[in-house]
Design a protein around this ligand. Structure first.
Ligand code: GLN
Length: 280
């Protein structure tokens, strides 16, 4: 078997995936330890039988729905290659919007930042690569996620991030941050999408948040104000139909300048607001 034949049959086997060509290439790159441009440059290269066997097993798991990121163990986010595991959500391209908006905020040069529910560490680490003077604290309730985020931090040698276990604010020492960010769980418990596609393989604790999907967002909005400096910002990702409800939560909690940004698909995906500490 040669590279081009192998890819062709994998694409065919995986015809249900919208990204079958890309999926097949990424899996083969993983098995061969090469880049995608190598596959294009050397389509006639033979593949040995051990590689063939490994590739076919991965393609089969992909056909059964397992996300490519879990099969190859990594996912690109922002400029970083992050190690992923079944302990956490796979970083999504939509979440890069949160990084972009956070980088544009007016904050002190040495801003202090808190990332709640960091998972792989994606948001915190992306911010850290762009702003070496920011002091970033990232927490997750799952100890496996904390270990994974710490591994990613070390891999990218980002010394301005501290990662530890906390159930939202529970273990965070009382202090005030200039920015709080979070991509919390926000899917409704009864959402039929939970039994379809990649999310079936991801931990429900990172996806589902009560009957209306807003349980964690409610908590974050209400509790953030005690941890924000005067003029500090809260930025949260949410479901595309939750914009109005989340803006209301921000207003109830006392935020001003509340606004929602749309993702690349034109869907409401991120809300932020600024907090003025009374009598500060
Ligand atoms: N955007 C993800 C999805 O719909 C959900 C992410 C989350 O709950 N934070 O698959």
């Amino acid at each position: 078997m040669i590279i081009s034949q192998l890819l062709q049959s994998a694409v065919k086997a995986n015809y249900r995936s919208e990204s079958s060509q890309l999926d097949s290439e990424l899996l083969l790159c993983h098995v061969l330890g090469v880049t995608r441009s190598f596959l294009k440059t050397w389509p006639d290269r033979p593949v040995n039988s051990a590689q063939l066997e490994q590739y076919e097993a991965l393609v089969q798991r992909r056909v059964e729905g397992e996300p490519v990121a879990y099969l190859i163990g990594t996912q690109g986010f922002w400029s970083l290659d992050l190690t992923v595991s079944a302990a956490t959500l796979i970083p999504r391209p939509e979440t890069e919007l949160l990084v972009e908006v956070a980088l544009g905020l007016s904050v002190p040069e040495q801003a202090s930042v808190l990332d709640l529910g960091t998972g792989t560490g994606a948001i915190a680490l992306a911010l850290a690569t762009e702003r070496s003077q920011w002091q970033i604290c990232a927490v997750d309730v799952e100890s496996d996620a904390v270990a994974l985020a710490e591994r990613n931090r070390q891999q990218h040698q980002l010394d301005n991030v501290t990662i530890f276990a906390s159930n939202w604010f529970a273990a965070i020492p009382q202090q005030r941050f200039d920015i709080i960010v979070s991509n919390p769980p926000y899917i409704e418990a009864s959402d039929p999408h939970l039994s379809q596609g990649d999310v079936r393989f991801e931990p429900a604790s990172a996806l589902v948040s009560g009957s209306d999907g807003l349980d964690d967002l409610r908590l974050l909005c209400a509790q953030s104000v005690a941890y924000l400096s005067d003029g500090g910002w809260l930025l949260v990702e949410h479901g595309f139909e939750q914009g109005a409800a989340v803006r209301e939560l921000f207003v109830e909690a006392g935020f001003s300048l509340t606004e929602t940004h749309r993702d690349l698909n034109g869907l409401e995906r991120l809300t932020l607001g600024r907090y003025r500490v009374a009598n500060a």
